[in-house]
Every structure is written in C-alpha cells, then in structure tokens.
Design a protein around this ligand. Structure first.
Ligand SMILES: Nc1ncnc2c1ncn2[C@@H]1O[C@H](COP(=O)(O)OP(=O)(O)OP(=O)(O)O)[C@@H](O)[C@H]1O
Ligand SMILES: [Mg+2]
Length: 320
C-alpha cells in the first residue's frame, strides 16, 4: 500500500512522464513530417555488355507502368509515375526501344544546359524516359562535378515518381558503380555463358566492397531451354555466397527469342504488342518475384539525410 508522501511522488512522476511522453510523441511527429516520400529505385546492370539490360529495363518500365496505372485514383492523387533513366551515358538506346525522339538528353543535363525536367519524355507506352546521350565520347567518362549534377537531379526525380529504373551501362567504371551503389535494389542481367557470369560476379564483388549494400537480384537472359536459367543462377549464387557472403535473389529466366532481336525501329516493345507471348510472361513473372523481394512498388518515407540524393553524394565522396 502507498503511503501519503509516496502518492504525491507518484503523481509528480506521472506528470513528468506524461510531459516527457507527449514531448517525445511530438518529436516523432515532427521527424515524420520532416521525412519525404521517395520512389523505389532499381538499377538494371551487368558486368558484360549486351546481356539484355536495355531490353529488360524498357520491358519492366512499360509493364510496371501498366501495373501502376491500374490504380488510377492513387495515380491522380499523387501524380506519381514510373520513370526510366538511360544511364548508359555513351551508348544510350532506350529511346529507340520506346519509340521516343529526344530533343534534350542527359548530355545536356550533365553539361549544365538543361534540367531533368527539360529532357523528360512521356513515352507512348507509358513510362517517362530521361534519355541518355548517344555517341558522345565525353559522356563515357564523367568527372566528379558532372556526376554531382547527375546525383542531385536523380535525387529530385525520385521524389516525383513511384518507381525509378536506372538502365546502367556495362562494366565497373565509377559512373556505373556509383548509381548502382545508391539504388534500393540492383538487378543484374546475365547470360548462361562463362564470360557473362564472371563479369556479373565481378560487379557483385566490387559493390560488396564499395558499400554494405542492399540485395542483388539476378535475371538470366537468352537461355536456350527452360530451366537453364535456374541452373546458371545456382552456380552464380554459390560463388557469390562463398567468396563475398552476398545472398542473391533469383528473379527468373528469359528464353532466347528471335522476336526480341528482330524488333524493328518504331515497333512497340514485345510486352505491348504480344503481352501473352512467353517472353512477356517471363517479364511479368520477374516483376512478381521482384515485388516479393522489395516489398511493394510504392514510394517509401525516408529522412532526407538518408535519401537517394544524400547516398549518391556520400558514395561520390568515397569514389573521388
Ligand atoms: N531474350 C532475348 N532473346 C533474343 N535477343 C535478345 C534477348 N534479350 C536481348 N536480346 C538482344 O540482345 C541485344 C542486346 O540487348 P540489349 O541492348 O538490351 O543489351 P544491353 O545489356 O543493354 O547492351 P549494352 O551493354 O550495350 O547496353 C539486342 O540486339 C537485343 O535485341
Ligand atoms: Mg543497353
């Protein structure tokens, strides 16, 4: 039983705790208010060139757009979308695959002659495209100041979209590693051949050393027969686990499909023209598995100091 003095003590303690708890709740509310929403960022990368990154990036962007557009009320409320940034700085081609004719590209942004908003194309198949520069040698070797501009533009872009896909050039140069090291997720596109697998492993090793980063997913493209992708993935996953401690997720395989290679300029992507074909179904399956890995294709609340732009500037400081 409490004695008289102790009741007073308890009331004083409760009043103090009440004020403290109230203050802490207000602090939490203020912190939450300071947070902002950023779209999910996904890099599509590879070690070796020509594995099918641009094919996959454009197919995923169009399919994701269709998925997001199914919820029109949320769409109108937030005016968010799917954006694809062609970060293959020297040899960009996503605009060709999406039937777009860029006027300004990343080349203009990086040289200070434009903002992202001046380059954005609303493609006829849905996703927005920030086209890359093509055939510009200087774009293939960007310096610190140019990359800093890219980081700040990307930081703003992710606040305006549900999902931002980055089609990254092949290899492990600073300008490919940097965006990859900042995205929420990396999809590595490989093929069932030793050179592509070795180069995919090199990217995993490089990123694991560069930053304690988020998970990688693997897509095995251009497989000759069903199931070859699964076996290829198992080999790569085993090597990555043993030598880097990195766990890989498997998103699926895409069969070698002449309809992909034979696409002519101006033809819509296969996921639009033949949504029921085996290749388009593989893209849907890849997206289903990706959703299971990343949780959802919705924006997430982040503290500005931990957002994409801040991560980019931190990684940039470490690279140069
Ligand atoms: N599943 C597939 N079946 C048949 N051809 C494919 C398939 N995927 C991609 N291709 C073809 O492979 C070639 C390279 O594809 P893509 O340009 O997408 O590769 P990339 O990784 O973006 O290349 P780069 O490293 O040069 O950017 C293209 O001609 C494309 O049509
Ligand atoms: Mg490409």
């Amino acid at each position: 039983m409490l004695r008289h003095g102790e009741v007073g003590d308890r009331r004083r303690t409760e009043r103090f705790l009440g004020r403290w708890l109230g203050g802490s709740a207000r602090r939490e509310e203020a912190a939450a208010a300071a947070n902002r929403e950023e779209g999910l960022t996904i890099a599509i990368a590879s070690g070796k060139g020509g594995t099918g990154k641009s094919f996959l990036a454009t197919s995923l962007a169009v399919t994701l757009h269709q998925g997001v557009a199914i919820a029109p009320s949320r769409w109108r409320d937030t005016n968010r979308r799917v954006a694809l940034v062609d970060c293959d700085f020297g040899l960009a081609c996503d605009h060709l695959l999406l039937g777009a004719k860029p006027i300004k590209t990343l080349q203009h942004v990086i040289s200070g002659g434009a903002r992202f908003e001046d380059t954005i194309i609303e493609t006829q198949h849905g996703p927005r495209l920030i086209p890359g520069g093509s055939g510009v040698q200087r774009m293939a070797n960007l310096g610190r100041a140019e990359l800093a501009v890219l980081g700040s533009e990307l930081g703003a872009l992710v606040c305006e979209h549900d999902v931002v896909l980055l089609d990254i050039g092949a290899g492990i140069s600073p300008q490919t590693v940097l965006p990859m090291s900042c995205t929420d997720h990396v999809i590595l596109v490989t093929q069932p051949e030793i050179a592509a697998l070795t180069d995919a492993y090199a990217v995993i090793k490089c990123l694991a050393a560069q930053c304690q980063r988020s998970p990688f997913s693997i897509v095995v493209n251009r497989v000759a027969e069903a199931g070859q992708g699964d076996k290829t993935f198992e080999k790569l996953a085993e090597v990555a686990r043993r030598f880097t401690g990195v766990e890989l997720h498997y998103l699926g395989e895409v069969l070698e499909d002449p309809a992909v290679t034979q696409r002519r300029l101006g033809q819509p992507p296969l996921v639009v023209s033949h949504p029921e074909c085996a290749t388009s179904r593989s893209i849907h399956l890849i997206l289903d598995r990706l959703r299971a890995v990343v949780g959802s294709f919705r924006p997430r609340s982040v503290e500005p100091s931990l957002g994409f732009g801040a991560r980019f500037q931190t990684q940039l400081g470490q690279l140069f």
